[in-house]
Design a protein around this ligand. Structure first.
Ligand code: NAD
Length: 278
């Protein structure tokens, strides 16, 4: 039976560590502040924003919330971001994505000061990661590294296969595994012989965005399998990109959905915000 990598427990550990640090910073007169901006009323975004504000409250980070109407212009949003860039009481700025179609997402990402880029999406943050310099790292892949390390799973020298090459998960994941001295392959929608490529993996990170696509036929006996996907099925239950029931018997360790990678994303966002304040 595979070891279950429990993101709920590990994310709570991280949040509790941060809570201690934030409390200590308060005694030195420093309060950590985060601005959370949502444009429009997308229901999924509202849930994510609510969870982020709850995590801030738990840790003791002061959160300022900006709920802007759907028709907000790009100029208005950039003006708000620039004001928050100059605000010394705000250490992290989060714009919940996606923004409405009339706003250029990349322009918004670039408007956030790299010093307050707690999502790690700014080109300067991405560039720093790719050349091994200090900078904010995209929260989901950073959380996966924490899941592996805190579960005592060694990355150095391991064959790591990442399925997916998105800017927020696949690409930064590959760079982080490389930084940990893994031997990294990135597979994607044009990869030939995907099964053969995946079967090489000691550590398989799946971020394809397709419910239960990866079954046991893609997995080497004893591999560690990290499932980034989140989908709500017709039965209203959550599932991942990995067919858990099929893969669990062959894997040595696996993340469940829900309760695996998901909770880590917010924990690492909080981590980035505390780092920004430091
Ligand atoms: P995306 O759609 O941007 O990227 C998917 C990637 O998968 C692409 O690079 C594509 O090349 C690859 N792909 C698609 N079909 C493929 C196929 N048949 N074979 C091989 N590769 C294929 O998705 P994303 O933003 O990277 O997210 C991936 C999944 O992770 C989604 O289910 C998303 O909801 C989830 N997600 C979860 C969290 C979290 O906090 N747990 C965070 C971000 C994304």
């Amino acid at each position: 039976m595979a070891q279950l990598i429990d993101g709920k427990i590990i994310s709570k550990q991280i949040k509790d560590e941060l809570k201690e640090q934030v409390t200590a910073m308060k005694t030195e007169g420093k309060e950590v502040g985060m601005a959370v901006i949502q444009v429009g009323k997308d229901p999924a975004s509202t849930v994510y924003v609510g969870n982020k504000k709850k995590a801030c409250a738990y840790i003791g980070i002061r959160s300022e919330s900006y709920e802007l109407p759907e028709e907000t212009t790009q100029e208005e949003l950039v003006t708000l971001i620039e004001r928050l860039n100059r605000d010394d009481a705000i250490h992290g700025i989060l714009v919940q994505l996606p923004v409405p179609a009339h706003i250029d997402e990349q322009a918004i990402i670039r408007a956030i000061s790299p010093k307050k880029d707690v999502d790690g999406f700014h080109p300067q943050s991405v560039g720093a990661l790719s050349i091994g310099q200090k900078g904010f790292v995209s929260c989901t892949p950073a959380g996966i590294i924490q899941l592996l390390k805190r579960s005592n799973i060694e990355i150095e020298g391991k064959e790591c296969v990442v399925i997916g090459r998105s800017n927020i998960v696949g690409k930064p994941m590959a760079l982080l595994l490389l930084r940990e001295n893994g031997t990294v392959t990135v597979a994607h929608s044009r990869t030939k012989n995907l099964k053969e490529v995946c079967k090489r993996a000691d550590i398989l990170v799946v971020a394809v965005g397709r419910p239960k696509m990866i079954d046991a036929s893609y997995v080497k006996e004893g591999a560690v399998v990290i499932d980034v996907g989140i989908h709500r099925g017709a039965d209203n239950k959550l599932c991942g990109d990995v067919d858990f029931d099929s893969v669990e018997p062959v894997a040595s360790a696996i993340t469940p959905v829900p309760g695996g990678v998901g909770p880590m994303t917010i924990a690492m966002l909080m981590y980035n915000c505390v780092e920004a304040a430091r």
